[in-house]
Design a protein around this ligand. Structure first.
Ligand SMILES: Cc1ncc(COP(=O)(O)O)c(C=O)c1O
Length: 415
């Protein structure tokens, strides 16, 4: 945090007092955590969850609308919506009914179900790309999109922007030439991933010139380091550069789908070749999906099969995409409900009003207390920067770091 007129000692004292109180008031969560440590590293199903917040993990019990309750019956208004995976709210009635029926009728067949036709048609209508495929998470949607891009463009490098996050996948986790020392990766895993600053078209062009780049993968606005918006004309120019160097433009709308009906790529008319989604697209039922142009869709359809049977078993020769549970009946039914009944144009309109109210309220508070901080407003997603100006790339954010999990957002299910 930059030097401001904040009394650091006072903040520290309040933080320590509140942390103590927080832990004292949650004995059931503490007991569950102790029990959980016997069979899970850190006592949580994903070891990183332990350090997600600045307090011991709390165990969630149930949720309703925009709120959830913990094991000690504390109620929380979820302003981060489980990192935007629960923007459709906890326990929406329409979803509950459909899920009950779907499980009773069979949730997975390793066969297509009719819902997949309606879902892909609606995704095509909303996100302006004609062909769709499904996975179980946004990470795997990005992984498959990159793989297809490499096969389609016949190039191996990818370009991403500093400060990005596209899931825990090797291709997007590394920083080329940074002496990356992340554990568990092969030594050279990041050598074909180029990272440049968002909004820096000269750096993009020079990377495209110097390397055989299959695709540029980016969010329409970076949302994992606060919010960084594109400068005027950035995406038009990026599109032109991608065309000039025969690189695909993949837009990751995993987070930004909550900003506008059809995502920010529709709102800002960004022309992309592929588009990836996950999180709330199926109202929190684990689902990822990616859209593609007609040309890429046809390429996928005609490049799955390996030359002979031996190759097809070893996955040599064809495009390696898909998984046993991908595109299952439960995911399809959930996505249909989310798109048709929850993520409606009216819901987005409401979230814009709430998002505006949130950022205006935050700014009023900052001004009232003389803080040189800036509230941001990106439709339903509002946040703040611990500095007076909106940064335009990750480098400018250095020194005013914002942990991703405190980016607030107006819940569309707020009543
Ligand atoms: C923009 C973006 N893409 C992809 C992902 C990966 O999502 P998941 O962890 O659900 O696979 C995230 C997760 O935060 C994300 O923010």
């Amino acid at each position: 945090m930059p030097a401001t007129n904040v009394a650091q000692e006072r903040v520290k004292a309040i933080y320590e007092r509140e942390t103590k109180r927080f832990h004292r008031d949650r004995p059931k969560s503490a007991a569950l955590l102790n029990r959980a440590k016997r069979h899970m590293p850190n006592g949580v199903p994903c070891a990183w969850m332990e350090g997600l917040y600045f307090h011991q993990p709390i165990f969630a019990k149930r949720g309703e609308g925009a709120c959830f309750w913990d094991a000690d019956d504390h109620k929380y208004l979820d302003m981060n919506q489980a990192d935007l995976s629960m923007t459709c709210g906890y326990g929406p009635k329409a979803l509950v009914e459909v899920m009950q029926q779907r499980v009773a009728d069979g949730s997975q067949f390793l066969l297509p179900v009719e819902d997949s036709i309606e879902v892909s048609a609606e995704l095509a209508n909303r996100y302006r790309l004609p062909y769709w495929q499904f996975t179980l998470s946004a990470s795997s949607a990005n992984m498959e999109a990159i793989r297809i891009a490499r096969a389609f463009a016949k190039k191996e490098y990818i370009l991403v922007f500093n400060g990005k996050y596209h899931g825990h996948i090797d291709d997007t986790m590394g920083y080329q030439n940074s002496g990356d020392d992340s554990l568990g990766f092969t030594k050279d895993f990041s050598k074909k991933t180029i990272n440049v600053d968002f909004n820096d078209l000269a750096a993009v062009e020079s990377a495209l010139k110097d390397h055989p780049i299959a695709c540029v993968l980016t969010e329409p606005a970076l949302t994992n380091i606060g919010v960084i918006k594109p400068e005027e004309g950035f995406f038009d120019a990026l599109r032109k550069l991608c065309d000039q160097y025969q690189s695909l433009l993949i837009i990751d709308e995993t987070h930004t789908q909550i900003c506008a009906w059809g995502g920010l790529s529709r709102a800002w008319n960004i022309q992309c070749d592929m588009l990836t989604l996950g999180k709330t697209v199926a109202a929190g039922i684990p689902t990822g999906t990616y859209g593609m142009t007609k040309e890429i869709g046809e390429f996928v359809a005609s490049h799955l099969e390996a030359e002979d049977e031996l190759d097809s078993r070893s996955m040599n020769g064809g495009l390696a995409i898909g998984g046993t549970l991908y595109g299952n009946a439960l995911c399809m039914a959930a996505t249909k409900v989310a798109l048709n009944e929850i993520l409606t144009p009216e819901a987005y309109e409401k979230s814009h009003i709430l998002g505006n109210r949130l950022s205006t309220g935050l700014q009023r508070l900052f001004d009232k207390y003389g803080l040189t901080w800036l509230a941001q407003h990106l439709m339903g997603r509002s946040g703040y920067t611990f500095g007076p100006e909106q940064p335009s790339n990750a480098s400018q954010l250095a020194g005013i770091a914002i942990p991703f999990y405190i980016t607030p957002c107006a819940p569309i299910t707020w009543r």
